[in-house]
Design a protein around this ligand. Structure first.
Ligand SMILES: Cc1cc2nc3c(=O)[nH]c(=O)nc-3n(C[C@H](O)[C@H](O)[C@H](O)COP(=O)(O)O)c2cc1C
Length: 353
């Protein structure tokens, strides 16, 4: 059975894991600081300054117990049984299901779009701005084959209808973009925020090019992921997504992303990120924003990479040696060393430039 984000949040609450933060908090720095201080706890912010009625969830992946709850595994979860469950999913992918209906959504067309209407934190004073994409899905299709890709690539707000998308040159999104640019076209992209956590796990995994990450997620759930058609573009998104942002990556256009405190705990800049131009935003009634504060040792992204490394599903697109070293640190949960190795490779890369 699928578990949409809001159902996961209430399940965590039943288990006594959820902490609700109902006093007023500032989206600028304060949310990020609270998340870093409570980095192993699921948090629901219910009172965000300037965003009355908006909520933000974080921390759903910060311990494997939470993932075990999400997948309906027997508690307490041990890493071995969790990995066995995930391995089984890779063997028998389940195709997604396309549905016509759609939950009640508030819809904003191009002329009404303003990304600043979303409760997006400025996660860290070292960041160059507000990051809307920290724990989400980027969905695209290969313009030649029509095959879908879902990944997680950070996104910084640049204006009311523009963001960056910082994808590694060897990522599958970059391959789609290369093909679109060969045709001289923009690439349609949908961003889904606030989805079933298993979808984020599947999207962050380095499955082969052309393999549909949603079918991996389907297998983990034992049923196909329910997808609905986007409104403006020819892509499908998870039915239960809290927010769906539709738009296009602009052909042959690159922009600066960052600085951004990344997984290595150091501010990084990508001078050649893609430019995403937003065409519409749909949000569920009482939508819950999902994001995370990257940069702390053992944060949610490290926990996720650690699980994926045990399945050989992490690819940092570096040398084979670097990959082996990083896999080792991740598997044995040596997150400080993992960060150090990330910093070292960033330094080597900058010396080569
Ligand atoms: C929280 C989080 C943030 C990530 N940010 C980025 C990013 O900014 N750029 C990038 O290339 N990969 C990033 N990744 C890693 C990719 O999601 C991962 O490499 C995935 O395999 C990419 O999909 P692909 O294999 O279909 O290209 C991130 C992963 C996570 C979990």
């Amino acid at each position: 059975m699928q578990m949409e984000l809001r159902e996961f949040i209430s399940t965590l609450e039943k288990y006594g894991y959820l902490r609700k933060i109902s006093h007023p908090v500032n989206w600028k720095y304060e949310i990020g600081e609270i998340v870093r201080q409570n980095h192993t706890q699921p948090l629901l912010f219910e009172n965000i300054a300037d965003y009355p009625g908006c909520r933000l969830f974080t921390g759903g992946f910060s311990r494997i117990d939470y993932l075990g709850i999400n997948l309906g595994l027997k508690m307490p979860v041990n890493r071995k049984s969790l990995l066995a469950h995930l391995r089984k999913g890779l063997e028998k992918p389940i195709e997604s299901v396309y549905v016509q209906c759609c939950p009640d959504c508030l819809y904003k067309a191009a002329d009404e779009v303003n990304l600043h209407d979303l409760p997006v934190p400025w996660w860290n004073p070292l960041d160059g701005g507000r990051y809307i994409g920290t724990w989400h899905l980027n969905i695209t299709k290969d313009p030649f084959t029509g095959k879908r890709n879902a990944g997680v690539y950070r996104m910084q707000i640049l204006g009311k209808n523009q963001t960056t998308v910082s994808a590694s040159e060897k990522s599958h999104l970059a391959m789609h973009m290369k093909n679109a640019e060969r045709l001289g076209k923009d690439l349609e992209m949908a961003m889904a925020i606030g989805v079933d956590e298993v979808l984020v796990l599947a999207a962050a995994s380095s499955v082969p090019f052309g393999y549909d990450e949603f079918s991996f997620a389907g297998a983990l759930r034992g049923e196909g992921v329910k997808l609905r058609q986007c409104k403006e573009i020819a892509l499908e998104v998870p039915l239960e997504a809290e927010y769906v942002i539709e738009g296009k990556l602009k052909c042959r256009t690159r922009v600066k992303d960052g600085p951004y405190l990344d997984y290595a705990g150091k501010p990084a800049i990508n001078p050649a990120a893609y430019l995403f131009e937003v065409r519409s935003i749909s949000s569920r009634v009482d939508a819950i924003f999902r994001g995370m504060a990257v940069g702390r040792v053992g944060a949610e992204d490290h926990q996720l990479f650690s699980i994926l490394s045990a399945l050989n599903l992490v690819d940092f697109h570096g040398s084979a040696l670097r990959q082996r070293v990083q896999n080792f640190f991740l598997r044995y949960r040596m997150f400080s060393l993992f960060q150090l190795s990330g910093r070292f490779s960033a330094m080597v890369k900058s010396l080569k430039r």
